[in-house]
Design a protein around this ligand. Sequence first.
Ligand SMILES: Cc1cc2nc3c(=O)[nH]c(=O)nc-3n(C[C@H](O)[C@H](O)[C@H](O)COP(=O)(O)OP(=O)(O)OC[C@H]3O[C@@H](n4cnc5c(N)ncnc54)[C@H](O)[C@@H]3O)c2cc1C
Length: 511
Amino acid sequence: MSEKKKGLTRREFLRKTGGAATLAGVGAGGLMLSPMMARADEAPKKWDESYDVVVIGSGFAGLAAAIEARQAGSSVMVMEKMAVPGGNSIINGGVIAAAGSPLQTRAGIKDTPDLLLEDMLKAGLYLNHLDLAGKVAEKSNEVVQWTIDFLGTQYQENLVHLGGHSVPRSYSTFNHSGSAIVLQQIAKLKAMGENVKTKRFLETFIRDKEGRIIGIRMQDGYRFPKGGGAVRFVQAKKAVILATGGFSADLPFRSIQDPKLTRDVDTTNQPGATAEGLLEALRIGATPVQISWIQLGPWASPDEKGFGIGPHFAAGAAFPYGVMVDPKTGLRFINELADRKIRADAILKTGHPCVVLADSQGVAKIAPLLPKQIERGVVKKFDTLDALAASYGIPAGSLRETVGNYNGFIKNGEDKEFGKYLQKDVKPIGQAPFYAMRVWPKVHHTMGGIQINTQAQPLDLDHRPIPGLYAAGEIAGGVHGAVRLGSCAVIDCLVFGRIAGQNAAAEKVRS
Ligand SMILES: Cc1cc2nc3c(=O)[nH]c(=O)nc-3n(C[C@H](O)[C@H](O)[C@H](O)COP(=O)(O)OP(=O)(O)OC[C@H]3O[C@@H](n4cnc5c(N)ncnc54)[C@H](O)[C@@H]3O)c2cc1C
């Protein structure tokens, strides 16, 4: 049926119905395509609001972009569909990679951006776009120092050694949370006169006749996931920056990409980590990249919902300083510091949750977090290894033998079984009490997204930048290839967020 026949123009229709999201059934992470959404809108007769730069999404990437654009003198609007700003970034674990950092120099660890790049490529199965991954590795130390010097983020004094990295290189925020960065970003923006505008949902892009993105149609007063906000048209006189994150919480979309990721698989992500922003970009002809590479976190606990607090025990204590065993056999079955995919696949292959453990020396670096982890029943404390074995139904003799063998490897300086990197300060497991936790993978990160170049410009199907549009953060694919290394998402988001903001601000004003 044509729009004329309905007696309404398309825009009138959308205004009356509360917008395309309602019309198309966007909600609860469910996305049904309507033919009416299959292209960008035309410019309205009158804009409701006008800014130089419009940033969609208020995580690391969007906020970094907004700060840069604002610093360069542009007027900026950062919008966020949820009622609170921060996305996944504000609930993030606060671990951030830097190659060749002052903390590494102090600890006598030799590292270079090339080595970080090599690690990223190896984990990414060499599907990474070399120019993008290289940019992130090259700027990793610079961007972490930016969080310290410019944002005032505080970090712990010790580096963390995450799986897949050949050396310890990850900074950890003082509160083990990405909020230590995000709240500083929001404060910086506020000091520059900008606040994140929440409950604002991107519906679609608006293009001029030449195909340039000149604004957006959005819902103001949006209530996730139902919608219901008022439709408004916002002009972007310089550019729009898309920073809407990944789609790990989008059950229909993620299970189209990977049918194994059904409702039964939990996610670490916030509920708003859904794919609408990505779909809008695809509708205007952005090139999709590696969308079905979806990462499961091997350090997640089945004994709590979402990300929780268990991952800090597994990743910060048990994997580097302890062992992971199959409770059926009491045996190790994988390098505890292999990349996330190798570990998650190995756990899933056992068919049941596995057990990670460390002794009192192994938990030293995460000690302040232990009381809460124990109180919530995620981590358990035992006086003996036999008591630990009994609690998880592990054959006790077998567990003792596994730990004995592993301690032998530590004494000889080489993990003969799985080739795990042994930390400089690693000690044999043996000093009570012992701590343990069950692990079972959860959907954590979507490596794919839209293709960008090193200037954070999304490319269309003819490999040309889409004029007036920039993209950064988890929405952009190709940086990490098949597998993202832990602590490399924050640097990706901040590096490309900053580039997007700088480039958007440098665009000519178009009215
Ligand atoms: C629990 C957890 C822990 C993590 N820990 C680490 C870690 O320690 N180190 C590391 O490197 N990485 C970590 N990651 C990954 C990393 O946090 C994410 O990749 C990163 O936060 C993504 O940032 P972003 O800015 O791209 O998106 P986000 O921070 O997710 O922000 C995107 C925002 O856009 C909003 N949005 C989406 N669609 C629309 C729309 N249509 N209109 C308006 N707004 C919209 C979303 O609601 C969201 O708030 C973790 C991830 C999770 C979930």
